[in-house]
Design a binder for this molecule. Sequence first.
Ligand code: ADP
Length: 898
Amino acid sequence: MASQGIVEEFLSLKSDTDADVLTMQCGDFYEFFAEDAELVADELDLQVSQKSSHGSSYPMAGVPVDDLTPYLKALVERGYRVAVADQFEDGGDHYREVTRVVTPGTLLETDDADARYTAAIADGSADGDRIGVALADATTGQFLVATAADADEALSELYRFGPVEILPGPAVRDDDAVVRRLREETDATVSLFEADAFAPGRAAHRLEAQFGAETLSSVGLDTDAAVRAAGAVLAYVEETGAGVLPSMTRLRTFETDDHLDLDATTQRNLELVEPMQGESGDTLLGTIDHTVTSPGGRLLREWVTRPRRDRSELTRRLDSVEALASAALARERVREALDGGYDLERLAARAASESADAADLLAVRDTLAILPAVADAIAGSRLSGSPLAAVVDRPDRDAAARLRDELEGALAEDPPKTVTQGGLFREGYDEDLDELLEQHREAREWIDTLAEREARKHGLNHVTVDRNKTDGYYIQVGKSAADGVPEHYREIKTLKNSKRFVTEELEEREREILRLEEARGDLEYDLFCALRERVADRAALLQDVGRALAEVDALASLATHAAGNDWVRPDLVEPGPLRIEAGRHPVVERTTEFVPNDLRLGGAGGGDGGAAGDADPGFLIVTGPNMSGKSTYLRQAALITLLAQIGSFVPARSATVGVVDGIYTRVGALDELAQGRSTFMVEMQELSNILHSATEESLVILDEVGRGTATYDGISIAWAATEYLHQGNNLLVDGGGGPKTLFATHYHELTELAERLSRAANVHIAGEENDGEVTFLRTVKKGPADRSYGIYVAELAGVPDPVTSRAREVLELLQQDKAIDVRGGSKGTEQVVFDLGSGQLKTGDDSETTAETASNGGGFDPEIEAVVDEIRATDVNDISPLELMSRVQEWKQRLDGS
Ligand code: ADP
């Protein structure tokens, strides 16, 4: 029996695929069997029944053929790779074959506007640490390749693009640390694609077949690693059977150093596209996104996560934003013209994969028509002199107009969903089709007038001619007249008040109509496939037009936000200072009565970096009470810099932004701890990354360093990191110039550093105390905060009185008893001692003093330190009273002897 073998057929197909789940067509259903049935039952609440086969019984679950898509989507979105086996017929026998493997990266049925990149990363034999990164978006045909300097950079790139699926190459997948980071730091499914696809020869061959042999050299795809990654991702898209390869028309290489270095942590900390908690509207993207089309939104997201360094491109964007911001009427006209446009890149991919229907091609037609409309709105306005005009002129407008006209002349206005039953085309598009339609019309007309003719000819009353599914065409005559029908009428049905007849002639016409309808369906289907193929052939044109419209949309969005929120055009200068007058936080200002603040941060390279003259400090130590606004002030500086480097206006009265090569952030362990993310180890890894990566041209934001460990440890690390960053990578030369840095700390002790380091200065966010009440003024002022307000905040938070009073006592004790020994940085290896009691740094009197003697003279005794450590480590709940007594005795002896 055929059905006996179905489960076996399923299991055999399953063993040949490396997909996680298989679904197999059995007539009108797609079925899942065995483990896969149990899996879909769990994941998708499908009903499970039992199927017996060869004496065994297997779980079985199924969905109707037409309903498969939503189930596929749901499975893929949960990270499963699903193989689809379709049923074929061969001489009456049914057999099944896997036609597609739907994976997160090749799921075409998506309503989500974001890009869906599949990424491959691979090493190369002669490329050292370098890693090739290739990204393909099956839904839009985008194909991008780069070579990253090392695995870290490759991971940052991946984080930036947010791929949904990642294919690590053979060597990369053996690196446990990298694979772990792929899994932890991205939301992507990690798929282990066959290692052969990464082989250099095969990969190069695959690429040449897709993009042409010349492309590889002309686009500068010059590392083995990049070729391997690119070839593998192409092979993957091909093998999954998504059918979109024709829409991948261009290979674009990108330089990883065209863009700002923004590591994963920084993107998260600055809440660029994802909030740490709460609503997505609270992100930078959510704030500035006023785009009216999904490709526009997609592009803006790309800009936000990949800010640029080259001033020329940014200046072009800023010029456009400026023009759009100041011409409100023209801007609205442009946005209205854009509104209602569809996603041309996605439509091109649908055409290529032959899944586009007539409505999709109409969407192509209508969106192509938007290009001249937008161009006209620009040309006839104050925008005509801006670079925006060039954006819409970039695509081949004539070719776009020709394609639009062709679609306009071809497609009917309200085509059906199916493409096999006719009704898709306009008359006049195709002669053969017109001929068929004419014959059809004549046949129909004959039928439409038949009732009248028959009534007249045979003197019949109550005659109608109609058609239904079971009877086909028939002549219906009222009962009273039914006896008088002519002989050649053949009765087919008797109803209550009438009878139905057919005649030979009518049957013949009916056959003709059916034949014509079938011929029309076939012809229209062929015409449609040819038309769809011509559209697919012009995927590159559609992508160009789509990109241009997206760019106008994104620029108009930036202008809309700037105009509505009083933002200004930043003065973008070569690497150098950051000067902000009355700056605001772009996201916080929307919901808060925001108190603007100034910032002057000198940067290396712009003439402000040296120790000379009254240059702005390049390193600001920001102190102030908890909740006073330190974090906000820091993030505001980073976001204003970033906005300028995507070509946006910024929230300030005025701003000069020296272009940076990267923004690095580290956010207090406590904030992150709340997210369950940080440990002291993570904090130190992040700090280490910053110290390794930041250059003179970077911006570094440190929001508390060293809080995850004991106070003295923490201060020491913060202190040393400050020195290191302050002086750049050469500790011996002061004023050599490190990155522009903002360091918020509640270690009041660190404010003394500003005295000693030439590029450093203190600022504080003022709090005012009246009768024990602290008011936050949110204003940034020069100099260090006068004290820490921690205990006050504890009171505010309702910590009981005895505890806060006792805390005050302890603080006083600490200030009397303890001093810490630290190492000043400005003059090489000078020793200084910070005395908590006096709040002063004491310089060793004798410049010959060595570290050890200074330490013993002014700071801790190692023995005391050891005892303190032991006391800390002692858990009084875990020790007998007797034992405790003896230990205290011992400690006392050691302290006395010390
Ligand atoms: P800190 O880092 O000093 O603990 P935050 O930066 O987290 O303080 O700010 C505390 C609160 O003050 C936040 O709710 C923030 O929105 C608000 N805030 C910060 N800066 C300003 C400002 N300049 N104007 C108005 N509100 C502000």
